[in-house]
Ligand binder design. Structure first.
Ligand code: SAH
Length: 330
């Protein structure tokens, strides 16, 4: 099967039956590091919708994990008088249950097409796009081929070079890749971005995407697996390891702009959080909980520090025509 299908099936199985987050799990995400992350995202959205002056917007999170970000964001928004309905786009039954405990009033969607059509949408996606399947193409001397996953009794699963792909179907800059290059694209993620982008352009609102990533086109295999916080092979134990690929923010930006939105970023997560007031928020939290001062400082460093989430993760915003510029992008 093609690599994208392998990733799609493995992740559907991986997320369906477990809660992978936290110290005892496989990996940890920014909203699980500290409540400050979700609070700042909520205040970012509140600031935008208040300046837009539109009132009744819906809150949407894509792939909400344990629901922690939405819970913390809604609490912060309530503090400034906003109580949007929460819509969660989630396919995993186990994670929907966890999200229901964090956000009892939420409504769930299998896909973006069933989101409300009659109000602005404030859409947040943290580590969502990196979980969606990527297609991998390999440039050989004789032309392009699609990477596949094969299985044999002796070797188990392994990546192999599959059928030829017509070069004319590839974007122009990609055709200049050197022999041996791997080119990744994320058709499923870009389709979701396009559909949501078209909705936001019509209904008003904005999308905030936060992920590991780069600005392509670029060459390289970024498919990776983690288990118990350690990197492992993506070709073993399908459905037992979390598979991710880096997000091409240039492709995401182009898709959202093509749908009619104005794009800001990507900028580093640390830079973005500092501009939104992570420092003062950490001080206030520490003043209210003096016994946790060191812990809170460590969490702020983890979220925004160089070499940690602060520089590896990027933040991109896209807003509807007529909506004001979003905060945090300089
Ligand atoms: N945003 C959360 C979780 C990130 S993990 C956090 O930051 O903690 C990826 C999330 O996306 C999980 O909730 C997973 O179940 C969900 N997911 C993966 N593929 C999906 C798909 N195709 N449609 C909807 N949700 C998906």
């Amino acid at each position: 099967m093609p690599v994208w299908r392998w990733m799609e099936l493995a992740n559907a199985r991986y997320y369906a039956g477990r809660d992978p987050f936290g110290a005892d799990g496989d990996f940890i995400t920014a909203p699980e590091v500290s409540q400050m992350f979700g609070e700042l995202v909520g205040l970012w959205a509140a600031d935008l919708v208040l300046r837009a002056g539109t009132g009744d917007a819906a809150w949407v999170e894509l792939g909400p994990g344990r629901g922690t970000l939405t819970r913390d964001a809604l609490a912060a928004m309530a503090g400034v008088g906003l109580t949007p309905d929460a819509h969660l786009v989630e396919t995993s039954p186990a994670l929907r249950r966890a999200q229901g405990r964090a956000v009892p009033t939420a409504r769930w969607h299998d896909e973006v097409d069933t989101l409300p059509t009659d109000q602005p949408l404030l859409v947040v996606a943290n580590e969502f796009f990196d979980a969606l399947p990527v297609q991998q193409l390999v440039r050989e001397a004789a032309g392009w081929r699609e990477r596949q996953v094969d299985h044999s009794a002796s070797d188990g699963f392994r990546p192999v070079v599959g059928p030829a792909v017509a070069e004319a179907t590839l974007p122009e800059p990609v055709r200049r890749a050197p022999i041996g290059a791997v080119w990744e694209s994320a058709p499923a993620g870009l389709t979701i971005a396009r559909r949501l982008g078209e909705r936001i352009a019509q209904q008003g609102g904005a999308l905030l995407a936060i992920d590991y990533g780069y600005e392509g086109p670029a060459w390289g295999d970024t498919l990776q697996a983690v288990r118990a916080h350690e990197p492992v092979s993506p070709w073993e134990e399908p459905g037992e390891r979390d598979l991710t690929a880096h997000v091409d923010f240039a492709a995401l930006s182009e898709t959202l702009a093509g749908a009619g939105l104005s794009v800001q970023g990507p900028v580093g997560q640390g830079e973005w959080l500092e501009r939104l007031g992570l420092g003062p928020r950490a001080h206030a939290l520490a003043r209210a909980n003096p016994e946790r001062t060191d812990e809170i400082a460590g969490q702020a460093e983890r979220l925004a520090g160089e070499g940690e989430m602060g520089t590896l993760f990027r933040v991109l915003a896209a807003r509807a025509p007529g909506w004001p510029e979003a905060e945090g992008f300089g």
